[in-house]
Design a protein around this ligand. Structure first.
Ligand code: UDP
Length: 357
């Protein structure tokens, strides 16, 4: 197939602003290339493709980044800036659609969802978040009634947020495991990774680290600086060790040295890339049982779970997670989250769509 992948308008690929969607895009594009498809990526100006995606064509479009939907309230209206890159991306996608058998949208935005029944080339959506507001919920509900095969979700917990007319298509996620090295002997440090933003609950991770008397190494894009400062001030000095936003090669090397990863979502996390990345390095995960993490963490096999927002229970889960065999974390990921298996699932989905329309 000739596939047009449209990336998120919240920032350039490679910048970190797109959160987990950026890594998903890499796995998906590399995996589809590996299966012999021709892939073009349409993304905001400044985007860079990972080395593994060198076989894809990259089209970049300028314009103001789209404000992220992550911090919306239920009744918020849809906002599109005057010179918004979102509109420019979709103008280009529509102009070029005849050259493709299918368009795959990775952006969590109203406009591409609304376009679904109006394109000549089938438009598929890999939905990257749970519900954040009624405007997008209603579009997803409508597509689910009109043409449900155009939607896919990462996890059952995420899909359960939406009013779907059919059981959801679940595709999980995939990782190029050759990029993650197994580390058998960790250092005396805990890890936390993700966008530094309130919905990720870093304050609970910091509190748990302080209780355990271990430093918490933190990696991720600093989306909300005031929030980051407040978290740091809430724990004894030296508890948090800021490591910045690192490329995957560096991130995995540092992450692999941790005793465990703490994962503390305050929202219905759609998947949770960083959990799988940690496990791929042999790092067990102690997580709140909320959203994707509740489906990824298998008690005793790759980590430990506890009720969400219960910090004391997370301390206990962290102690249990530290006893988990690191080799079994890596083995679980190889079995359940490989790039190859993910690409095969995406291919099966897109082929069904491209053939039928
Ligand atoms: N990440 C990264 N470098 C860092 C920290 C994080 O590349 O130093 C990436 C990580 O690989 C993951 C993403 O940031 O893909 C965070 O995604 P996640 O699914 O955890 O949450 P999201 O930000 O999408 O809500």
């Amino acid at each position: 197939m000739r596939i047009l992948v449209v990336s998120t308008p919240v920032g350039p690929l490679g910048s970190g602003r797109g959160g987990g969607v950026e890594l998903t895009a890499t796995a998906l594009v590399a995996g589809l290339l590996g299966r012999g498809h021709q892939v073009t990526v349409l993304a905001p100006e400044g985007s860079q493709l990972a080395v593994a995606c060198a076989g894809a064509r990259l089209w970049c479009v300028a314009g103001e980044f789209q404000p992220s939907c992550q911090h919306q309230e239920q009744n918020d209206q849809i906002v599109i800036p005057a010179d918004g890159v979102l509109a420019h991306l979709w103008r280009r996608a529509l102009a070029e659609q005849a050259g493709f058998e299918v368009i795959l949208n990775l952006a969590y935005d109203w406009l591409p969802l609304w376009l679904t029944p109006h394109t000549q080339t089938p438009l598929a959506h890999l939905v990257s978040m749970g519900s954040v507001g009624k405007a997008i919920d209603s579009q997803i509900a409508e597509i689910s009634r009109l043409c449900p095969e155009h939607l896919a979700f990462h996890t059952a917990s995420q899909a359960a947020d939406f009013d779907l007319a059919q059981p959801p298509r679940l595709v999980g996620n995939g990782f190029d495991l050759t990029r993650y090295n197994f580390v058998a002997k960790p250092l005396q440090q805990l890890g936390w990774a993700g966008r530094i933003a309130p919905e990720k609950g870093l304050e609970d991770g910091a509190w748990v680290a302080a209780q355990l008397g271990l430093p918490l190494h933190v990696w991720g894009y600093r989306e909300d600086g005031a929030y980051a400062d407040a978290v740091e001030a809430s724990v004894p000095p030296g508890t948090i060790c800021w490591r910045g936003f690192l490329a995957t090669e560096l991130l995995q090397a540092e992450l692999g040295r941790c005793l465990l990863l703490l994962n503390t979502p305050k929202w219905n996390e759609a998947f949770g890339n960083v959990l799988v990345e940690a496990m791929a390095c042999g790092v067990p995960v102690a997580a709140y049982a909320r959203g994707g993490p509740a489906e990824l963490v298998q008690e005793g096999l790759n980590g430990a779970l506890c009720p969400h927002d219960d910090r004391q229970a997370l301390v206990a889960a962290a102690r249990r997670a530290m006893a988990v065999d690191r080799a079994s974390c890596r083995a679980w990921v190889e079995q359940h989250a490989s790039q190859a298996a993910f690409a095969a699932r995406i291919e099966a989905w897109l082929e069904g769509l491209a053939c039928r329309d």
